[in-house]
Design a protein around this ligand. Sequence first.
Ligand code: AMP
Ligand code: MG
Length: 393
Amino acid sequence: MISIKDAIQLVKSNCNPLLKEVIKPLEKSGNYRLYKDVYSPIDMPPFRQSAMDGYALNLHNSTNYKLIGEIKAGDDASPILKIGEAIRIFTGSPVPDSANTVIMQEKVIANNATISLEKSAVSINQNIRPKGEQVTKGDLALKKGTKLTPAAIGYLTGLGITEVSVYKKPSIAIVTTGNELVEAGQSLQYGKIYESNSKMLQNALYNLKFYDLTIHKIKDDYDETQSTLNKLINTKDLVLISGGISVGDYDFVGKALQQLNVEQCFYKVMQKPGKPLYFGKKDSTTIFALPGNPAAALTCFYIYVHIALQKMMNNTTVELPKTEAKSNSTFNKTGNRPQFLKAIYKDGMATILEGQSSAMLQTFALSNALVFMPEDVNQINLNDTLEVILLPV
Ligand code: AMP
Ligand code: MG
């Protein structure tokens, strides 16, 4: 059995960026990172653009100008303004080359055919976005590795780009094990429970924007376990197994993984919940066998699988954010394993919830944080300073 610290270190050192390329439609590339530098196919803006509703002028010494017409946004007219002439113009309209400034309409008194400026202090090139101000055609628009945020997607779409080359996200399989498990929606016979870990893990993955996943449900049967895992380990980047990894007579996952020559990086972590956690590798596939107990499985997902996913995505921040909080609760630990406690964090205070059993999801459903209780702390008192892990909920 290893420590949490060593287990985290092993996940970090054994998971690497996938470095596989995939082409995505830009609107579906959110949260991916660019696989290649992107160069701009156009000047942005593509023409001299007015930044205001007002008047484009060909400057002269007087504050009075002759008004010769208007240019709306989208017009392709480019009339020639003589010195002392003005044209009505709007935000986003093309500014003719012969105009050398735009004055906002609030500073203008307009008559029918003339306008007069409120103030004579009008300077050259005001309120004109020069052609190529943001980026010029052929220049670097965004660097390789840049995360595609909504702003980045808007920016690249504005350059006319419709698809991008990005780093592939891991393909993931979720495998549940257990003869006792039935599908929600079916009737529940004596001795059975509804299978819930697959939907829970699927949504934890969706929450982190991993969508490439399949779900497989197997019985406590050695041959089925071995053949299913064999197929998935050969085709997926990440395999998440739920249950069947403890020491019961019908827990076949460990034996099957061994038989398939998966390299075990660790098995069993000194922690509560989630002691029977397994982490291994085969070729480029990462394998976690999570405890079947739902709250233990989810805790292990947040503490370990989260790191593996972020490493695969080449992200530099791989662990969930932590903060300090004052305790609103008291808690006594039984045993000496470090513990992750379901809690609610708010305004610098943490409330530890009742019902910390690894089988209970009810309190997990109410919590937005895990309080970490180290090995050498046996008791939490009111106002103690606590380490809190903030969950992505
Ligand atoms: P195991 O790790 O297979 O010994 O399972 C531990 C506990 O978690 C047992 O009470 C199982 O019934 C329960 N469990 C295992 N897998 C699931 C699942 N997919 N959904 C809900 N409960 C599960
Ligand atoms: Mg089981």
